[in-house]
Design a protein around this ligand. Structure first.
Ligand code: SF4
Ligand code: FES
Length: 231
């Protein structure tokens, strides 16, 4: 495979042809913030936090999908990049509960985002869904990164229990015909919970512990659910 040499923030980098800008940056220890990207998922480029400036390109590039080319000059922290990233994070923060998303909170601080930038923005407040013994779904915390849908489908599990539903501001992750999770193809593998970056998907036991329930109460609560499911 041919090697490609480029510069990233004025540092010379040589990587194999076909490498993404994100991976090339990581190979020399440069960190580009990401939300929707996950090492074990197909990059989908929906969040736009990983945008970088490529000299000569009219628009910013999503580094998780844009591939390197010879002589490319990439800036990951130019004024234009920082402004774009800050605005995306501020918009996200205005619409979604990020209180349990520590990595995104860190990005907000590092990008000097103003948490009050959009004070009149509508906040997403769908109800907490507690319909199975394994995990809760709190889509008020969902950033629509699509990772859970991907691992439920072709990236890992091939069960296709969840997908996008709704449009625009009302878009959220859901089951077909809004069925309760036990009535879908879900096999409760937990992979969606594992890749969720915001705790929108949370193990039920962890949630019950947060409600300060004793281990006995938790056992009773989750066993009761299991018995109901078997009927
Ligand atoms: S539930 Fe979690 S993993 Fe799924 S889209 Fe929302 S934030 Fe991403
Ligand atoms: S990480 Fe690249 S668009 Fe989300």
């Amino acid at each position: 495979m041919t090697d490609v040499t480029l510069t990233i923030d004025d540092q010379t980098v040589t990587v194999p042809e076909g490498t993404t800008i994100l991976k090339a940056a990581q190979s020399v220890g440069q960190v580009i913030p990401t939300i929707c990207y996950h090492d074990h998922c197909t990059p989908n480029a929906v969040c736009r936090t990983c945008m970088v400036e490529v000299v000569g390109w009219r628009v910013l590039a999503a580094s998780c999908v844009a591939q390197v080319s010879p002589g490319m000059a990439v800036q990951t922290r130019s004024e234009r990049v920082e402004r774009s990233r800050r605005t995306i994070l501020e918009m996200l923060n205005s619409a979604v509960d990020l209180s349990q998303a520590p990595e995104i909170q860190r990005m907000l601080v590092e990008s000097k985002a103003d948490p009050e930038r959009f004070p009149d923005a509508q906040t997403r407040q769908p109800p907490l869904i507690d319909d199975n013994p394994m995990y809760l779904r709190d889509y008020a915390k969902c950033v629509l990164c699509w990772r859970c849908v991907q691992v439920c489908a072709d990236d890992a599990q091939y069960t296709y229990a969840i997908n996008f539903s709704g449009r625009g501001f009302e878009t959220q992750i859901g089951t077909f015909f809004d069925k309760a999770m036990p009535a879908t193809t879900c096999v409760f593998c937990g992979q969606c919970v594992g890749v969720c970056p915001t705790n929108a998907l949370k193990p039920k036991r962890e949630w019950l512990l947060e409600q300060e329930m004793t281990p006995e109460q938790i056992l009773a609560a989750t066993q009761g659910e299991r018995k109901r499911r078997r009927k």
